[in-house]
Design a protein around this ligand. Structure first.
Ligand SMILES: [Zn+2]
Length: 344
């Protein structure tokens, strides 16, 4: 497993930022305990964060059902900057990177994770707690080079947390600085859909790795599960290459990824994408809906930043949004065929 890339990051020049350090030493303080302490420290010592966190705790939430599936809608004005960010290459290159250690708010502290990432409380939270796990180096948002780190992080955080990744054109508001995010397990509806949803998951090898699809309203997720991180990492790496071939993408294929630990196994939900924002985002007047789907939205929790969008969301509108931004089902089936044929 990777996750131990020991390049010199800027954090070395900012030791006052480091609240605690996690190196995975057996018998040491657990990562969830360290993150919990960081969260408490930040709530007590960083007033703007405490206010944003309290506002999020009071955010309106609606539950919509669509057959056996649950969709949640949250009204969260704190996410306005993230949901409407202009992400053109020129815009991004001209603004200061808000994930680089020297541009963090003065009161922000971090858990230094395996010398490779800074775990930060998200200053515009959707969850309680909600962490952003930021690479110590300013390098582009990208998954393939960090699969080992993702699986190691999910393993170290344990079954109480879920890790997610947004591709650079799939909901990440910092496409120029590599990062993951973390929320409490069970908050994203698709995590619970595994048992309820129509699914087609087959064992792929003798090490207990399985792969298939999970059908959800308006979208399909590629899913995989395994107890051997190295085997899962190799499989995922190959899957991303296959996706790129089928999707005709020279860059990283557009995707969102959700990773969790369940019954001693790592379980991943991957949403192949074709668009950053749905058509509804660009409509004028009453028909416009400002939703920018990332992993959280693809997982069934839609974040709205305007009251009118919060109130007008229906299962039908959500399915339209999912259909717009998801890779078409026939291409997903083709990816599955390729993967199964390669492994046969
Ligand atoms: Zn940066």
């Amino acid at each position: 497993m990777r996750g131990d890339d020991l390049e010199t990051g800027d954090y070395l020049l900012a030791p006052e930022r480091i609240w605690s350090e996690y190196d995975g030493v057996p018998g040491g303080i657990s990562l969830p305990a360290m993150c919990g302490e960081l969260f408490s420290q930040q709530i007590f010592n960083w007033q703007e964060f405490a206010v944003a966190h309290m506002a999020m705790k009071g955010a309106w939430l609606r539950e919509l059902t669509s057959g056996p599936h649950t969709l949640l809608v949250q009204f969260n004005q704190g996410r306005t900057i993230s949901a409407t960010a202009a992400l053109g290459a020129e815009t991004v290159s001209k603004r200061p990177c808000f994930l680089c250690v020297h541009h963090l708010p003065a009161a922000q502290k971090a858990v230094l994770y395996r010398k490779s990432f800074l775990i930060l409380v998200n200053p515009f939270p959707i969850f309680s707690p909600h962490y952003t796990v930021v690479n110590v180096n300013h390098e582009p948002q990208e998954l393939a080079g960090h699969l080992g780190a993702l699986l190691a992080l999910s393993h170290d955080l344990g079954p109480a947390f879920t890790v997610f990744y947004n591709g650079p054109r799939c909901g990440a508001s910092a496409p120029d600085h590599h990062h993951f995010q973390v929320c409490p397990a069970g908050m994203i509806p698709a995590e619970k859909a595994w048992e309820a949803a129509g699914r087609d998951i087959l064992p792929m090898d003798r090490e207990g790795l399985s792969f298939g699809v999970l059908r959800l309203p308006g979208r399909i997720s590629l899913v995989m599960e395994g107890s051997v991180p190295d085997a899962l990492e190799a499989f995922l790496r190959r899957l991303i290459v296959t996706m790129g071939e089928v999707m005709g993408s020279a860059e990283e294929p557009m995707l969102n990824l959700i990773c969790m630990q369940k019954d001693g196994k790592l379980r991943l939900l991957l949403f192949p994408r074709r668009k950053h924002r749905p058509e509804a985002y660009y409509r004028e007047g009453e028909k416009s809906v400002l939703v920018t789907p990332g992993a959280v939205e693809m997982g069934g929790l839609l974040i709205t930043i305007r009251e009118e969008d919060f109130l007008k969301m229906t299962p039908v509108l959500a399915e339209e949004i999912y259909g717009d931004v998801s890779l078409p089902p026939e291409l997903i089936e083709e990816i599955v065929r390729h993967v199964r044929r390669d492994r046969a």
